[in-house]
Design a protein around this ligand. Structure first.
Ligand code: CMX
Ligand code: CO
Length: 140
């Protein structure tokens, strides 16, 4: 079902500072910066590698306010890994297949994600404590 790990989402207090760390420590390059009001984040995608199944990134996330998903996560757990995004061919199809197995979908229908992707989240309580995102990259 999964083509690749599309990205690992990392929650942080200060996006610019964390971008600087990833650039200077790992040599990663920012390929996109966006504010996603619906998701409550200011975020950056840093390119990691290209593989047969597509491209993998690190997604750095700063909350737009304390009441957002990432804001609440930071208050409870502090900075760190927030979610894993898996690349899929067809996000609606993957959602239906996964829901049929009894895993709760957070999103009833696909939403807008980074760089034009269609995304949907699965509830962490049904995935062993891991917030899981499905990502359908836009057609080239
Ligand atoms: N990973 C694992 N568990 C998480 C979690 C995460 N990222 N975020 C919350 N939880 C857990 C909490 O620890 C809590 O567990 P306990 O009850 O055992 O303490 C439980 O889920 C409920 O947490 P909450 O703080 O009360 O928060 P909500 O229930 O209001 O929301 C969730 C949790 C997952 C439904 C919400 O964060 C959500 O809808 N996330 C999806 C959207 C999102 O994260 N967007 C930002 C990223 C955007 C992008 O990638 O583009
Ligand atoms: Co993500």
């Amino acid at each position: 079902m999964f083509l690749r790990i599309d990205h690992v989402g990392i929650a942080c207090h200060n996006l610019e500072e964390k971008i600087g760390f990833y650039e200077s420590t790992f040599g990663l390059v920012v390929v996109s910066r966006e504010v996603n009001e619906a998701q409550g984040v200011r975020e950056a995608m840093l390119h990691v590698a290209d593989g047969e199944g597509g491209t993998s990134y690190v997604q750095l996330l700063e909350p737009l306010s304390p009441e957002t998903a990432v804001g609440k996560f930071l208050a409870k757990r502090g900075e760190g890994v927030h979610h894993i995004g898996y690349g899929v061919e067809d996000v609606s199809k993957a959602m239906a297949e996964i829901a049929a197995k009894g895993v709760r979908l957070i999103d009833e229908r696909p939403r807008h994600g980074s760089m034009g992707a269609s995304i949907a989240f699965l509830h962490p309580k049904d995935v062993g404590g891991v917030l899981t995102e499905l990502v359908e990259a836009p057609r080239q």
